[in-house]
Design a protein around this ligand. Structure first.
Ligand code: PNW
Length: 471
């Protein structure tokens, strides 16, 4: 049985399968103060000392704000049929509210969407890929529950302006990372790390409610007219027990998954946080002398309103960890390490572990009611000197795609689309420009940023585009 895992499978994904690549506004757009754009928490974060490797910023990034046609040319070369990008909230609503709607910002996205459609590439649009208006952060950001209404208002502006042309919406990208990295570790904007046991859960709670309100808004006001689909994109690693013969580690792996993918998927797909998560956090909170759990509660009405707010399962996946039981340290009580035989990447957290992809796709099928799944991110980074030959990247995509194909053909997982991260090397958040996930290389020492993209030095000399991936 085990050897079957490493043999490739041949076959096809279904008719109409979505082949896509993804980017995010702050990572590529630049033009951070152009045409009336407000500041985002990432503008503030990258301009704060010691936050970002090499003091890199997204001030210019890949200059995509000014390079729509170059970006579309690259997409054509990849022969994708979709392109996933995100809208910068402060570019459209400079202070985060509808008090002022910045038409110049909206026009940028109109131009981009029009150029895509003219090239027969359909847009997949993320409303929130982490660049919150700084003005909203100044009043508490995702910790303040007024954010739910603000997000709904923002979604309303974007749906009403772009919804005639955009039929695939993602409300929020990776709420787990917004909550945990932004408000627990503090290594992503807004960089809050002073209340690691409470702030992430409050933020997560508001993210879930904000997503649900945006989904209902679309459902009630736009769906009949515009006919698109809306979902949330949830990220998760796969977890294997560190010692597969030890029940404690098997339980730890399960806890890891329920605390990562389950934190957001359980309320949206099954209703409420899982009992395992609720019980564990309550137990630990009380043991630590708190009167109530650190995990906020949904009222029964809220549970009902949130459950079912999905037209598909948006899923980002990169890697696998080994889980073991820990009786102290973090709330979930899970220690994580990597197997030393796993291939490395340019990111410390990312190891090449293809079989976990198939397993977690099956986990989604089994735990969340076999929803249609769009993989909205998957990819690998490199760092250091590169010859653009890309053997690691080719190996990663071939083996991960084959695992997805097995999940589809053998296991019956309802996979509808696959999106690679990312179109071109871009600002990899706190890691700056050093970690390169792109299909295309961007030469930052060329002030025009043009000559190297799109150009013969683009990556993937041997990656012949999605049109010919064994599918
Ligand atoms: C995702 N981790 O972020 C994001 O959606 C992208 O914007 C990002 O560039 C891409 O994956 C590559 O990192 C992640 O530490 C950031 O486990 C960090 C982690 C995972 C995903």
């Amino acid at each position: 049985m085990e050897c079957l895992q490493i043999l490739p499978i041949y076959g096809h994904f279904p008719e109409g399968f979505v082949w896509s690549v993804a980017t995010a506004s702050y990572q590529i757009e630049g033009a951070w103060r152009a045409d009336g754009k407000g500041l985002s928490i990432w503008d503030a974060f990258t301009h704060t000392a010691f936050r970002i490797a090499n003091y890199d910023t997204g001030d210019i990034a890949c200059d995509s704000y000014n390079k729509i046609s170059e970006d579309v040319e690259m997409l054509k070369k990849l022969r994708v049929n979709h392109y996933r990008f995100s809208v910068s909230w402060p570019r459209i609503l400079p202070d985060g509210t509808t008090r002022q709607i910045n038409q110049a910002g909206l026009n940028h996205y109109h131009r981009l969407v029009d150029a895509l459609l003219a090239a027969n590439i359909k847009p997949q649009v993320t409303l929130y890929h982490w660049d919150l208006p700084q003005a909203l952060q100044n009043v508490g950001g995702w910790e303040n529950d007024t954010i739910i209404e603000r997000f709904r208002d923002y979604a309303d502006v974007v749906f009403s302006n772009l919804g005639d042309k955009v039929k695939f919406w993602i409300t929020i990208n990776e709420p787990y990372n917004v909550a945990n990295i932004g408000h627990g570790y503090g290594t992503a904007a807004p960089g809050i790390s002073s209340r690691p046991g409470t702030a992430p859960y409050i933020v997560g709670h508001n993210l879930i409610k904000a997503h649900a309100e945006a989904w209902h808004l679309y459902n009630d006001k736009y769906r009949a007219k515009q006919g698109g689909i809306v979902g949330i994109t949830i990220n998760s690693d796969w977890a294997e027990p560190r010692n597969p013969y030890k029940q404690e580690d098997i339980d730890a792996a399960r806890r890891f998954l329920e605390f990562q993918i389950g934190w957001f998927a359980h309320p949206v797909f099954n209703g409420d946080y899982s009992d395992l998560m609720k019980n564990r956090i309550r137990e630990r909170s009380l043991a630590g002398g708190r009167p109530i759990s650190r995990l906020p509660e949904f009222t029964p009405e809220e549970v009902k309103r949130i459950k079912g707010t999905h037209d598909y399962f948006g899923f980002n996946h990169y890697t696998t960890i080994l889980a073991s039981n820990l009786d102290f340290k973090n709330l979930q009580g899970v220690g994580t390490i990597y197997d030393r035989t796993w291939l490395n990447s340019g990111s410390t957290w990312l190891k090449v572990t293809p079989p976990g992809f198939r397993k977690i796709l099956n986990f989604i099928k089994n735990e969340y009611g076999s929803p249609p799944i769009y993989i909205t991110e998957n990819g690998i980074s490199e760092r250091g000197d590169m010859d653009l030959n890309d053997v690691h990247r080719i190996h990663y995509y071939e083996s991960y795609l084959n695992q997805a194909l097995k999940a589809y053909l053998i296991d019956g997982v309802d996979i509808r689309g696959y999106t690679a991260w990312t179109l071109m090397d871009n600002l990899e958040w706190a890691a700056g420009f050093d970690e390169k996930f792109g299909f295309f290389y961007v030469n930052h020492s060329d002030p025009s940023l043009i000559s190297s993209r799109p150009s013969p030095v683009s990556r993937g000399g041997e990656f012949s585009g999605f049109g010919s991936v064994p599918s």
